[in-house]
Design a protein around this ligand. Structure first.
Ligand code: ATP
Ligand code: MG
Length: 334
């Protein structure tokens, strides 16, 4: 992970909301609040991964940052300057989910030239960067094939290459590795890390692939129903949740005797993979919970075989945060 992220924000979202209104005015009650009051600073020189269930508002936020749709309220600033003003916008590159980012009848090389011209690059620069990018994404052998004949993964790599033309300061990637094979996905991950570490670019990416986020992201934001419900460095999130989960392996009979006494704790039961023992994971809310559990175990002295602190995966963390949030919403709601 890049530990040297510049504290100066690459961009900032302030009080961002987006409501989609239906076209017909008498359908106004069906308006969708896709983004609801998001405040966020993304430091320069980091990969920021936006996670969230389907419909959480990730694509909407990416499109607002890209300037493709306007927020209902709130604003985006880049390096302290108002993003509404075209002149103060930094160079942005974007690969949007589900949209055709390329011309399919053109070859990858022609796409690069075409979009390079649109970005106002000189011919010499387009030539140099296109060659570099095709090389970088292992596409040189397909440079002149029609894009529609390329595999989906190759097309995706061409789309990322096109987005990188002109060396954008900020790269927006919506589901960049969806449907890619392991090798292509790893290649993109590696290239993204290089761009951030070597060239100080800022990347914001959305994904449902937790391993991808865990591998490339410095910071994670979790969206749920349009609200940013968690935002921190990956290492802080893991450290925070690691303090809380303890796994105990013990014979079934021992567990049956202990079970009633631990009813005040939150835990999940399973079977250990290696043998017939029970594996019980305690989810403790804080340090006090740890002391209370320790005291209880000390008093009852069950014959356990293993006790360990669990390092949660990003997927565990994601599920805990989103489930906790939706439980809280249900509980607090009318
Ligand atoms: N153009 C639009 N008109 C009306 N509603 C929209 C529009 N675009 C998005 N929405 C709604 O806004 C909400 C957020 O959508 P968005 O595409 O941002 O979610 P997402 O987090 O990207 O989901 P996914 O993981 O499925 O890609 C959804 O309820 C969606 O139906
Ligand atoms: Mg989306």
């Amino acid at each position: 992970m890049a530990g040297t992220t510049n504290q100066q924000g690459a961009f900032r979202l302030e009080g961002l909301t987006k409501t989609f209104y239906p076209i017909l005015p008498w359908h106004r009650s069906r308006a969708v609040d896709a983004v609801q009051g998001v405040d966020l600073v993304v430091p320069r020189g980091c990969v920021f991964s936006l996670l969230g269930p389907n419909g959480a508002g990730k694509t909407t936020i990416i499109k607002i940052i890209a300037g493709l749709i306007l927020p209902t309220t709130g604003r985006v600033t880049f390096y302290g300057k108002d993003g509404d003003k075209l002149r103060s916008r930094p160079r942005l590159g974007a690969v949007l989910e589900g949209s055709r980012n390329l011309y399919w009848r053109l070859s990858p090389m022609e796409n690069l030239y075409y979009f390079g011209e649109l970005k106002g690059l000189s011919l010499a620069q387009i030539k140099r960067e296109s060659e570099e990018l095709l090389e970088m994404f292992d596409l040189t052998h397909k440079a002149r094939a029609s894009t529609q004949t390329l595999s989906r993964g190759m097309q995706q790599k061409v789309a990322v290459a096109v987005a990188l033309l002109g060396k954008p300061d900020i790269l927006l990637l919506d589901e960049p590795t969806l449907g890619l094979d392991v090798e292509s996905s790893r290649l993109i991950q590696q290239r993204l890390r290089e761009l951030v570490e070597r060239d100080d670019r800022t990347i914001i990416l959305t994904t449902h692939q937790m391993e991808l986020a865990a591998r490339v992201a410095d910071r994670i934001g979790i969206l749920s129903e349009g609200k940013l419900i968690a935002e921190d460095s990956l290492s802080n999130l893991v450290a925070f949740f690691r303090q809380q989960d303890y796994e105990l392996e013990l014979p079934r009979l021992e567990w049956e005797q202990l079970r009633a006494d631990v009813s005040a704790f939150r835990f999940t039961e399973g079977q250990s993979a290696a043998n017939e023992e029970m594996r019980v994971t305690f989810h403790l809310d804080n340090r006090e919970g740890y002391y209370a559990l320790s005291e209880l175990l000390l008093a009852r002295r069950p014959e356990f075989t293993t006790i360990r602190q669990v390092t949660p995966s990003l997927e565990d963390i994601f599920l805990q945060i989103t489930q906790h949030y939706s439980d809280g919403e249900d509980g607090g709601g009318a």
